[in-house]
Design a binder for this molecule. Structure first.
Ligand code: NZQ
Ligand code: ZN
Length: 385
């Protein structure tokens, strides 16, 4: 196991009707800006619950955050913050709203020229406005990590930053929000969480038994509960297991002390930036290619994954690897997500396009061994047509 510092200061309020408790978590006398998306919270009752809970505070609203939140929209929120002297942000929504709120929190205190530099030049986030979260879509883990992914429409760029400064103070996880989710978002959420585990697990062995078995436990839970939630989003127990899996998949727990990959995510972000495909859909397309093309360096862990997650014990090494890839694809398809570029009408030329963009930006030689270079990116995508 590698050396690590484990740190996570987000307080989780999990369970039915926990939104009512947020007034105790927000610092007294805060001037709150409540940030939300396209309006789903007004249809499923979450908006009213939040308004009731914060009615004792001075608060303002900022809606309209898009899926794959844009830099352009976030910059508009800064004007509201200035106008009303806001000092606390409350994100109410899915990963996009939470990510946007984190970027706004960092941008509000940014001393440099353009907050975009936090993303494009890795400018350090020295301080950020405190924020809380009411999560409405289990998927990204953004409710318990310091990551944020923002798109700049003007440049067709989708970039990420990470800072402990933007860790939420608290996050409400009420599994009842799953009831109103469209099937497509449940499919996306389960697959995104699954691939988060894979990015921190399918690398090379470092004898980190606790992390490995926790990772396998999360994957087995998603495989068992994902289809149940898809069939019946009102099944509270399954929704609870799905929601907690998604949070545990990306809150530093299983990633501490182990190598991490993230090349599937990096390649996927390019596909979203260029073709507007949902985040999880890009992962379902790319991951089987990453497993296939990078199998030599991932061999030991793919075989462990095959045995412990899918119960595949027979065959040569290469047969076991192929069977593990097949099972993974079948799981994504069963969750309702297609896994080929052509399923989304994306031309095979995307392979060159993405490889060139990533090379130009210097985002190559990625993955746990820095072995995913321009050629590998191209091969991964070509294998997914
Ligand atoms: O905007 P509203 O009206 O709220 O509708 C949303 C949106 O259209 C809807 N929705 C959310 N909760 C709902 C609901 N509809 C009905 N009932 C509910 N309870 O779902 C749609 C998608 O929402 P979005 O927030 O975009 O989805 P998700 O949570 O999957 O977030 C995706 C974004 O997170 C980034 C992705 O790149 C993408 O931009 N990621 C963030 C990560 C992180 N911060 O750690 C890691 C991930 O790998 C990922 O990259
Ligand atoms: Zn993801």
């Amino acid at each position: 196991m590698k050396n690590f510092v484990f740190y996570n200061h987000t307080k989780i309020l999990f369970g039915k009707d926990q939104i009512t408790a947020i007034s105790d978590e927000i610092p007294e006398d805060s001037k709150i800006l409540m940030i939300y998306g396209g309006g789903s919270i007004k249809e499923n009752g979450v908006y009213n619950q939040v308004i009731d809970a914060i009615s004792g505070f001075e608060y303002y609203e900022f809606g309209g955050i898009e899926p794959n939140p844009s830099y352009e929209k976030c910059m508009k929120a800064l004007e509201v913050i200035d106008e009303y002297d806001i000092d606390f942000l409350l994100a109410v929504g899915g990963g996009s709203v939470v990510d946007a709120t984190k970027f706004i929190a960092a941008a509000a205190f940014f001393e440099g020229e353009d907050p975009w530099d936090i993303l494009s030049r890795n400018e350090e986030v020295v301080e950020a406005m405190p924020l809380g979260v009411v999560l409405t879509l289990p998927a990204t883990g953004s409710e318990m990590n310091g990551n944020s992914v923002i798109s700049r429409v003007e440049y067709k760029e989708k970039l990420a930053f990470t800072s402990l400064e933007v860790m939420p103070l608290f996050s409400v996880l009420d599994p009842q929000v799953v009831e109103s989710l469209p099937k497509r978002q449940i499919s996306n959420g389960v697959v995104d969480a699954f691939v988060h585990v894979i990015e921190q697990y399918l690398t090379y062995p470092v004898n980190a038994k606790v992390q490995d078995r926790m990772a396998e436990g999360i994957m087995l839970t998603l495989i068992e509960e994902g289809p149940k939630v898809l069939a019946d989003p009102t099944d509270y127990d399954s929704a609870s297991n799905y929601m907690w899996s998604a949070t545990m998949a990306l809150n530093y727990l299983i990633g501490s002390g182990v190598p991490q990959d993230w090349s599937t995510h990096n390649i996927g972000h390019e596909i979203t930036a260029l073709y507007g495909v949902d985040h999880a859909q890009t992962l379902a397309i790319v991951l089987p290619g990453t497993m296939k093309v990078m199998q030599e360096s991932k061999k030991d862990k793919i075989i462990q994954y095959a045995q412990r997650v899918w119960g595949i014990n027979k065959g040569t090494e290469s047969e076991i690897i192929d069977a593990a890839i097949k099972k993974t694809v079948e799981f994504f398809e069963m969750m309702g997500i297609k896994t080929r570029l052509r399923d989304y009408n994306i031309p095979v030329t995307v392979a060159d396009e993405v490889a060139d963009r990533m090379e130009q930006r210097g985002d190559v030689n990625i993955g746990e061994n820095k072995l995913v270079g321009t050629d590998e990116i191209r091969k991964i995508l070509e294998s997914r047509y």
